[in-house]
Design a protein around this ligand. Structure first.
Ligand code: SF4
Length: 375
């Protein structure tokens, strides 16, 4: 498995909670970026991709014809077969039925729509400008265009959100008949406008207990509607799990192209610079992209793999862990397993370990214990 991630960093406006590598859209910068990106892609080593993901930013600030051409270039460059999952993230107010037909014609078979909420007040609080009616229109148009899988992103613990409005958003997503939902708790990142808001008015934000209640509502509503939870934040109808994301959680390899993009190859994780000018200069000149890299070895590499596997529904397989890292999971992690099991956070069976329902609410803490573990 090899995933290809391509970062398209321009957005029509900047959301107040966003910490991604992104810039306001300007046509000249976007064109220059696309040229640099294509140079970087051409300079990459030969490989066969099992999935391609165009994320951002807002990829559909580019014309549909540019997205179609980029997808075709990536498919040809990385020998992606017909069966490869090819996803594009989109903002629902910037895409028309004709655009989706162009995407589908280029081989896009999965759409990930940044909806966040179906409540207009919450959508505006999040700095977004679309309407629920536009989302419904995009889902219907994606179906008509023949795009196989349609996914929505939703956010909970938004200031001003109520348990009832969150439930209503989940139900609205289910009623649209989408195949996949990603439900994320709002994270307030340092340096964002939301961080400054929380400093001024901490009570506007959810505490952990109230946020856990909303997460539980997501599990209940989505599972009742026929979605399987296959990762902490991801829910799919049968046959619609994202293989691109599954590859990350299985600690598979991926190439990342574009400013701020991450790659993982041969045990080495590298991240491109978030300095747009530095990226453009290097990529256009065919030079190595500045950034950081680290080689994970021993306990750190194993801990990272456990963290990723525990986020999934199937959890850690002892046999696969032994195969890959040469370690017996139970003996290696014995010093921390007892407490996690006693606290009701981790379930240990004969063949593997996974988070309990309670453990899923505090997944970052449980996973952190494995990442930090040093024998
Ligand atoms: S659209 Fe996405 S990437 Fe762009 S500013 Fe908003 S959250 Fe960030």
């Amino acid at each position: 498995m090899l995933g290809i991630y391509v970062h398209l960093p321009f957005c029509p406006y900047i959301c107040p909670y966003c910490d991604f590598a992104k810039w306001p859209h300007r046509r000249s910068a976007a064109k220059r970026y696309l040229d640099a990106l294509c140079s970087e892609i051409e300079a990459a080593p030969a490989a066969q991709a099992s999935s391609i993901f165009l994320g951002g930013g807002t990829p559909n600030t580019y014309e549909a014809s540019q997205i179609g051409a980029l997808v075709e270039r990536l498919r040809a460059r990385f020998g992606a077969r017909e069966s490869a999952e090819i996803s594009v993230e989109i903002n629902p107010e910037l895409v028309g039925a004709g655009d989706l037909r162009i995407y589908a014609g280029a081989g896009v078979n999965r759409l990930s729509i940044g909806v966040q909420s179906f409540d207009l007040a919450e959508i505006r609080t999040l700095g977004r400008r679309h309407t629920p009616a536009q989302v419904a229109g995009v889902v219907a148009a994606a179906r008509r265009a023949g795009i196989r899988s349609v996914s929505l992103d939703l956010i909970f613990a938004v200031p001003g959100q109520s348990p009832a409005s969150w439930r209503a958003s989940l139900i609205a997503a289910c009623e649209l008949g989408v195949d996949h939902v990603s439900a994320y708790g709002l994270t307030v990142e340092e340096g964002t406008r939301y961080a400054r808001w929380r400093e001024r008015e901490p009570t506007a934000f959810f505490n952990d207990d109230r946020e856990a209640d909303l997460y539980e509502t997501a599990l209940e509503v989505l599972e009742a509607a026929g979605f399987e939870q296959y990762e902490i934040s991801n829910f799919a109808k049968p046959g619609h799990r994202s293989s691109h994301n599954a590859n990350y959680w299985e600690n598979g390899e991926y190439f990342g192209f574009g400013v701020g993009a991450a790659s993982y190859r041969d045990g080495e994780r590298s991240v491109h610079t978030r300095d747009l000018e530095a990226y453009l200069r290097a990529a256009s000149a065919g030079e190595a992209i500045p950034g950081t890299s680290e080689r994970l070895e021993g306990a750190a590499r194993a801990g990272e793999a456990v963290m990723l596997a525990l986020r999934t529904a199937q959890g850690v397989s002892f046999a696969a862990f032994k195969d890959r890292y040469g370690l017996d999971f139970i003996s290696f992690y014995r010093p921390i397993l007892g407490r996690l099991v006693e606290d009701g956070l981790l379930d240990i069976g004969a063949a593997g370990a996974r988070l309990t329902k309670r453990g899923r609410f505090v997944a970052n803490d449980v996973c952190g214990a494995f990442v930090m573990f040093a024998p």
